[in-house]
Design a protein around this ligand. Structure first.
Ligand SMILES: Cc1cc2nc3c(=O)[nH]c(=O)nc-3n(C[C@H](O)[C@H](O)[C@H](O)COP(=O)(O)O)c2cc1C
Length: 185
């Protein structure tokens, strides 16, 4: 962690135009920056990542691995798709190799769903990341009925949901800096 704040890689698991996962992630990124984090937001929809075993001449997989390698912490936002994480996010994780570049990394997760909550996606994501050897912090947040909680412009309409997202971001910063997360100001 040389000079400046910790480098945090933000990854959103949806590539749908106007997706809600990015709306939630944007708040977390805001909070990370406010806390001194240097944030690199990876937009998976802009990367050409092959299926495992598929030939690829794209530099994106190596670039992505490099970003993960250089990050002090990782924040992953997942949508709940069919009771789990999105295939977009799983493919990104698979592109980080076996053993994974995520091994030993400090990671925070949050999930959003149109239904009551993203608990399945969060559970599956925590399982995968822990299996890989990631250090997933206990703090997480699930935003249910997410389509009602953000405006078209991305503004969060529910203070409780916003507070949960911001809390996860602060907890990640605290974890990478080796201290306890401070309560909201
Ligand atoms: C392929 C697919 C599967 C989905 N499955 C679920 C689901 O199982 N449960 C749920 O609450 N919402 C489900 N949704 C709705 C998403 O949770 C919703 O679109 C939400 O906004 C998060 O996804 P987004 O970031 O792509 O917008 C699904 C959406 C898609 C596109």
């Amino acid at each position: 962690m040389a000079g400046g704040g910790p480098v945090i890689l933000a990854i959103g698991g949806s590539r749908r135009p106007g997706n809600n996962t990015d709306k939630a992630l944007r708040l977390a990124v805001e909070e990370l920056k406010a806390g001194g984090g240097r944030v690199d937001w990876v937009h998976l929809g802009e990367l050409r990542l092959p299926l495992p075993g598929e030939p690829s001449d794209s530099p994106d997989p190596e670039r992505f691995r490099h970003k993960v390698l250089g990050a002090d912490g990782i924040l992953i936002a997942t949508p709940e798709y069919h009771g789990s994480i999105s295939s977009t996010l799983k493919l990104a994780i698979d592109n980080l190799g076996f053993p994974s570049t995520l091994e030993g990394k400090t990671i925070a997760i949050l999930g959003v769903a149109m239904g009551p909550g993203a608990d399945n996606a969060l559970g599956h994501l925590r399982h995968i990341l822990t299996h890989i050897g990631g250090k997933v912090i206990p703090e997480e947040t699930s935003v249910g009925s997410v389509h009602k909680k953000f405006g078209e412009d991305g503004r969060c309409l529910e203070p409780e949901a916003e507070a949960g997202i911001r809390r996860v971001a602060r907890a990640l910063l605290a974890a990478v800096q080796g201290r306890q997360a401070l309560p909201a100001p």
